[in-house]
Design a protein around this ligand. Structure first.
Ligand code: G6P
Ligand code: MG
Length: 217
């Protein structure tokens, strides 16, 4: 019995939301306004382009196409300076335990992330070798909640979507997994991820017996 287990990156494997936030906040400050942590919630799982559009909306700003590109590049440079400091210590609790268990059970393991920096981050935290397939912001044209990134991950694993299970922390990501016809597992709060098939606060709450159930269902 082989299932495909697809992991989102930001907020599931590592907590990079804090770095995205710092970088977006700095950019907003340059433009003369601020963004709050509550607003940052709405940026989770959202592509870089869409994030900047949303932020400009909050600040009531419009930018020329050229300036938009410039700010996107600037944000990413700033973000990369935070990423450069990352190491294995940033892997969220019990993620390696689950990855190792899935490997032991010879399951398909893929990444399904909106980030164009996904490979860099996996390398920084030394998890790159754990993934058989990587679908990320460089391979897709439609951002979550569109299912494209997860469907691509399933295709790379050569496992049909209905045999795939997605771990997601973002509202848009759970919606994307559901739209792909996959089992969605929300990592976070019941308040925001109520549309997921299962919800856990984090991987420490996921027992290997639950993984077995998913494999055998
Ligand atoms: C993930 C994060 C978002 C981020 C997006 C693009 O979905 O949750 O906050 O904007 O990836 O990341 P990137 O590294 O390409 O800017
Ligand atoms: Mg995420």
């Amino acid at each position: 019995n082989t299932k495909g287990f697809i992991f989102d990156l930001d907020g599931v494997i590592v907590d990079t939301a804090k770095y995205h936030y710092l970088s977006w906040k700095q950019l907003a400050n340059e433009l003369g306004f601020d963004i709050t942590l509550t607003q940052n919630e709405q940026l989770k799982g959202v592509s870089r382009v869409r994030s900047l559009e949303i932020i400009l909306g909050w600040g009531n700003k419009t930018l020329s196409e050229e300036a938009f590109e410039k700010y996107m590049a600037e944000k990413n440079e700033n973000y990369l300076s935070h990423i450069a400091q990352m190491d294995e210590g940033e892997i969220l609790p019990d993620v390696p335990k689950i990855l190792n268990y899935l490997q032991e059970k010879q399951q398909g393991i893929a990444l399904g992330s909106a980030s164009k920096n996904a490979r860099t981050i996996l390398q920084k935290v030394n998890l790159f070798e754990n993934f058989q397939a990587i679908a990320d912001g460089n391979n897709v044209s439609k951002a979550k909640p569109d299912p494209e990134v997860f469907l691509l991950a399933a295709k790379q694993l050569n496992i049909k979507p209905s045999d795939c299970i997605v771990f997601e922390d973002a509202v848009a990501g759970v919606t994307a997994a559901n739209a792909a016809g996959m089992i969605s597992i929300g990592i976070g709060s019941k308040e925001t991820l109520g549309h997921a098939d299962y919800i856990f606060n984090d991987f420490t709450e996921i027992q290997t017996s639950f993984i077995d159930e998913l494999i055998n269902r």
